[in-house]
Design a binder for this molecule. Structure first.
Ligand SMILES: [Zn+2]
Length: 253
């Protein structure tokens, strides 16, 4: 289900396109994912012309740890994970004057049901942002390296910003998942989404992502009550994970 932001004067237009009214939350909404493309005008603001990604059912806070470059102590760091999402190319459904094109069909929605690392997405719901700041020291901070402010991890001990480059891009970084062993370092907190969330997102699809679900524990998290419940243990044992990660080398001569 997708919630819409509809100015009063446009209610008849969205109704004609098939949107429904929810009197409890006083919002227009669309039920079928295959109809979302008709309603792009009434979601997000159009300052950003990127592809809109719809995050479905739930998202994850992905926790790992790294050594702070400043105080040399271990600190927790987080990013996001997504298991079900799909995107529509915003540009392709509108003409230059921002009029909806008569697009009769949209690609069907299919999920691979693996968890993928999502370094960033925007906008982040206010309640989640508050939770991340309070519990994970994840908030806006100025990066000298980048010369600007962005939402980032900060050391739980000394408060220094932990740059994204050292979290995602280098082999051995906490969220660079290239083996079962790397995936086993993660802890996943699943957050239920009552509605599909339209966002601009950066998602990395790695060939070893299937290990994330198999090697990391998954907890169900309610960010409003801070209640955490174990949802599933890793399917692979530590021995199996190490076996998968070490490999056995044979002479090829
Ligand atoms: Zn530190």
């Amino acid at each position: 289900m997708l919630l819409l932001d509809v100015p009063y004067g446009e209610k008849d237009t969205v109704k004609a396109l098939g949107a429904k009214w929810n009197s409890e939350i006083k919002r227009w909404y669309v039920k079928n994912r295959s109809d979302y493309y008709k309603f792009l005008k009434w979601i997000l603001n159009k300052t950003n012309n990127g592809e809109i990604e719809f995050l479905c059912d739930y998202i994850y806070i992905v926790e790992s740890k790294q050594i702070c470059y400043k105080c040399r102590q271990e600190t927790p760091v987080i990013c996001f994970g997504v298991e079900r999402s799909f995107c529509l190319d915003y540009e392709s459904y509108y003409d230059e004057d921002n009029n909806l094109l008569n697009q009769s069909e949209t690609e069907s929605v299919e999920f691979d049901n693996e968890i993928h690392i999502m370094p960033a997405f925007s906008p982040i719901p206010e309640s989640l942002l508050k939770y991340l700041e309070q519990h994970f020291h994840y908030h806006m901070g100025y990066s000298n390296f980048r010369g600007c402010s962005y939402l980032a991890n900060h050391c739980h001990r000394c408060g220094k910003l932990q740059g994204n480059h050292f979290l995602f891009d280098e082999p051995e970084s906490p969220f660079y998942i290239d083996s079962a062993k790397a995936a086993a370092q993660l802890k996943l907190y699943q957050i239920f989404l009552p509605y599909d969330l339209p966002v601009y997102a950066e998602i990395t699809f790695g060939s070893e992502d299937m290990y994330i679900k198999k090697c990391a524990p998954i907890y169900r998290l309610d960010i409003h009550t801070n209640k955490v419940e174990l949802e599933s243990e890793p399917v692979l044992s530590l021995d199996e994970i190490l076996n998968l990660s070490s490999g056995t080398y044979f002479s090829i001569k």
